[in-house]
Write a protein that binds this ligand. Structure first.
Ligand SMILES: *Cc1c(COP(=O)(O)O)cnc(C)c1O
Length: 400
């Protein structure tokens, strides 16, 4: 009989969003007349930019004619998109990334989850807590169990302290989901210096870099000298340009990045291994989608996606100010679409969830759902409609 990968049995059941859905539907059933506002989803709501839609229509037309039809494309992405990425996301910021360091994909979840394919199973991994669950679960699925967690809370400004023991791999995500907080250049430099000194590989998730407003906050880890020797970086058009349903992102694996071959101590270029892995298991992002991603860099596309980001960040500002006025301790929301609130009077994350649901008819996300260090915190997202944010604030004000 075939047998399963028993590592899957080690995964904690993913209760968070199903628990939320269960509590919301039970409440709705008992109170069908109540209008519930959802400020918990991590999905965007604004439509795609017109420049993106236009590029997709044009690409569809090309697919309709034998002269311009495209079948399989390069696994690592078309050159037109890789060039646009290099020029706009890196060269424009003074960062030297070459096209063959760019791997276009169908979203950052895939690559943050798959990157472990090219790493050994006995690596010691360090993650921050609270955290995006993909990093943990994908490592557990592979059979990598040696994981330590560095708590992020208000005492350390939501930036983890360097681990006391040496680790092989570190996952960092800034601007952070779920806390909405950022890392300064000086703080990030400490991690890069640690990584270089300890031969540690950093997995840097920059999915929210487009939300950075403060000029001093780094958009890419490669802004830090030496980072190309120690870091892989993940980007996504999902939050940047509303591509959660379109599916496109990219990963940077620098050519300089070398990792040890445990069997004989020599080193190997990770870029080559990742290319080999992608060419075997991935057949490229669709042509239409890559043209859509390219359009986010045109002058009109840029302006349009910036307008949408401004819309979400305006929501974040309204919520931040209102929560502060209510006397809540508020974090994040200045350079990210997430607001991380300390629950009042030491309430647990779930007690606060129930209070908001039943008394204010507002749904958010309990912080503890992202890890034990999230207990006593609550996440609101700025991805909703402004009028709903305002209404939710009024209701929360009335019950606190
Ligand atoms: C939303 C998100 C992503 C992006 O996922 P996609 O697969 O590109 O949609 C990556 N990392 C984090 C932390 C996220 O919240």
């Amino acid at each position: 009989m075939a047998h399963i990968n028993e590592n899957f049995l080690k995964l904690a059941p993913s209760y968070l969003f199903s628990d939320i859905a269960k509590r919301v539907s039970a409440y709705k059933e008992a109170n069908p007349q109540k209008n519930i506002i959802r400020l918990g989803i991590g999905d965007v709501t604004r439509p795609l930019a017109p420049a993106v839609i236009e590029a997709m229509h044009k690409a569809v037309e090309e697919m309709a004619s034998s002269d311009t039809f495209r079948g399989y494309g390069p696994e690592q992405g078309y050159d037109f998109l890789r060039k646009a990425i290099v020029d706009n996301d890196f060269k424009a910021r003074g960062i030297d990334i070459s096209m063959d360091e760019v791997f276009v994909n169908d979203g950052a979840k895939s690559d943050t989850g798959n990157i472990g394919d090219i790493l050994g199973l006995d690596n010691k991994i360090c993650m921050t807590d609270p955290i995006y669950p993909v990093y943990v679960d994908s490592n557990l699925m592979a059979g990598r169990n040696d994981i330590i967690f560095c708590p992020c809370n208000k005492d350390n400004d939501f930036v983890a302290e360097l681990p006391k023991e040496r680790v092989d791999v570190v996952y960092l995500c800034y601007p952070n989901n779920p806390t909405g907080t950022v890392i300064t250049r000086e703080q990030l430099k400490k991690w890069v210096d640690y990584a270089i000194a300890n031969n540690t590989l950093i997995m840097y998730d920059a999915a929210y870099e487009a939300y950075i407003q403060d000029k001093d906050i780094p958009h890419s880890i490669y802004e830090i000298p030496g980072a190309k020797k120690c870091a892989i970086e993940f980007h996504s058009y999902s939050k940047t340009a509303g591509f959660t349903g379109v599916r496109c992102g990219y990963t940077i694996v620098p050519l300089e990045l070398e990792v040890a071959k445990a069997s004989d101590g020599t080193t190997i270029q990770l870029n080559k291994l990742w290319l080999r892995r992608q060419c075997t298991k991935f057949n490229g992002t669709s042509y239409i989608t890559q043209r859509a991603a390219e359009a986010t860099y045109s002058p009109e596309g840029r302006e349009q996606i910036q307008n949408t980001i401004r819309y979400y960040m305006h929501n974040a500002e309204i919520m931040r100010d209102a929560f502060k006025e209510m006397g809540l301790e508020v974090f994040g929301g200045e350079n990210a679409p997430y607001i991380w609130v300390k629950t009042p009077n030491g309430m647990s994350s779930w007690d606060f969830f129930d209070k908001l649901l039943t008394e204010a008819n507002v749904v958010g996300t309990p912080g503890v759902g992202f890890g034990p260090a999230g207990e006593g915190y609550f996440r609101f997202t700025a991805f909703g409609k402004t009028e709903n944010c305002i209404l939710a604030i009024e209701r929360i004000k009335n019950i606190l």
